[in-house]
Ligand binder design. Structure first.
Ligand code: UD1
Ligand code: UDP
Length: 365
């Protein structure tokens, strides 16, 4: 069976690493990199560290406004799909690369399988929310990380083709956790080994594109009394420079780091401050308290368990929460235990058989 997988942004490389490894044991995969992320430390480093096969096609679409970027991806992906005639188009998460992959395939009548389906923030101002909703409604197979995601789809009338498989990022972390401890030298490089610190990441449009929210977040980091390590996403780097921000001495702005270094930094952090989806989950899995710099989250189970607190972009609330966080006694298993990629592969094979047998034309509804 031939599968065209479409990826393009940092978290998709991490998700695809584990699924690709499982897929290629039985099937032929054509890996398409849209080129949405392209800096070496936003793209190539993940392929190298996680043994992801080199992309068969790189569309080199690059950055741009949503319509322009997504449109260029659509045209490029369509060409690949017409050439390859895959049994499935496999898309991940909620980026513009996800949207373009799902839309290009659906228009050609190629069934779409969506990994990380059913997530909702119920905030349509987020570009990711638009991408997810459209991708889910175009998908034949919907791989959900949580029961909440399954329920969200049911509320939109999508019940067919929905599978609760767990989160492929849990598989990725299981693969990387021990490797990171063994191989990553980041703590020594930063001279922080054995010291307490906070780890921060910020990249959501709602925070970077709003100088007032970004100013509040940076003000909070400056007001914290512990060292803060802050690997800065290129989008955020631009926004920070535009603000003319000069960090307080305990705040260290770093370039984006590779996955193994990131996992190592997460493992040793006293607490994590982030607006990233993936980082919220990794904090939970690693047992590190998380303060989420957003007003809502898709990963509600981490909040319900008491390990994640939503603080928005209010400087005093951020500082107060970092100072008063009480670690819960329990950390229930959420989003599976590292078997999601194998389940994705199993369903791709089984459901292809049923499509070939004519029992299904579309999984939605
Ligand atoms: C994208 C996704 C977001 C995801 C994030 C993961 C969309 C709409 N957003 O956001 O859901 O959480 O990736 O990191 O798809 N840039 C560079 N070098 C790069 C990549 C980006 O300099 O290699 C800069 C460019 O100025 C670009 C900006 O970052 O305009 C934003 O990049 P883009 O891919 O459009 O969105 P992200 O904010 O990365
Ligand atoms: N990550 C990384 N290096 C960094 C920042 C993040 O490897 O400098 C990893 C992080 O551990 C997680 C993923 O990137 O696995 C999350 O991606 P991001 O925060 O860019 O996007 P989101 O998950 O919010 O879509």
């Amino acid at each position: 069976m031939r599968i065209v997988s479409v990826i393009g942004a940092r978290p998709q490389f991490i998700k695809a690493a584990v699924v690709s490894r499982a897929l290629r044991q039985r099937h032929s995969e054509v890996l398409v990199h849209t080129g949405q992320h392209y800096d070496a430390n936003m793209s190539a480093i993940f392929f190298d560290e996680l043994d992801i096969p080199s992309p068969d096609v790189n569309l080199e679409v690059g950055s741009g406004p949503h319509g322009e970027q997504t449109g260029a991806m659509l045209a490029g992906i369509e060409g690949v799909l017409l050439r390859e005639h895959p049994a499935w188009a496999l898309v991940y998460g909620d980026t513009n690369s996800t949207l373009a992959g799902a839309l290009a395939a659906a228009k050609l009548g190629i069934p779409v399988a969506h990994v990380e389906a059913g997530l909702r923030s119920f905030n349509r101002a987020m570009p990711e929310e638009i991408n997810r909703v459209v991708a889910d409604h175009l998908s034949t197979l919907l791989f959900c990380p949580s029961q909440t995601a399954v329920n969200n789809l049911a509320a939109e009338g999508i019940t067919r083709g929905v599978h609760l498989v767990g989160d492929v990022m849990a598989d990725a972390l299981a693969f990387a956790a021990e490797r990171a401890q063994r191989r990553s030298t980041v703590l020594a490089r930063l001279g922080i080994a054995g010291q307490g610190y906070l780890l921060a990441t910020v990249h959501r449009a709602e925070n970077t594109d709003d100088p007032s929210r970004l100013g509040q977040i940076l003000g909070a980091l400056d007001a914290l009394e512990e060292p803060v390590l802050f690997p800065v996403h290129p989008r955020t780097r631009k926004a920070i420079e535009a603000l003319g921000y000069r960090p307080a001495p305990q705040v260290r702005l770093l370039d984006p780091v590779g996955y193994l270094d990131m996992v190592r930094l997460e493992q040793s952090a006293r607490m994590i401050l982030t607006d990233s989806g993936g980082v919220q989950k990794e904090a939970y899995w690693l047992g590190v308290p998380c303060v989420t710099l957003r007003n809502e989250t898709e990963w509600v189970e981490t909040v319900q368990a008491g390990w994640n607190v939503l603080v928005g972009a209010d400087a005093s609330r951020i500082v107060r929460t970092v100072g008063s966080f009480v670690r819960p006694a329990l950390r229930p298993v959420v989003y599976g235990e590292g078997e999601a990629a194998a389940r994705v592969c199993m369903h791709l094979s089984l459901d292809q058989d049923s499509i070939a047998g004519g029992s299904r034309s579309n999984g939605s509804g």
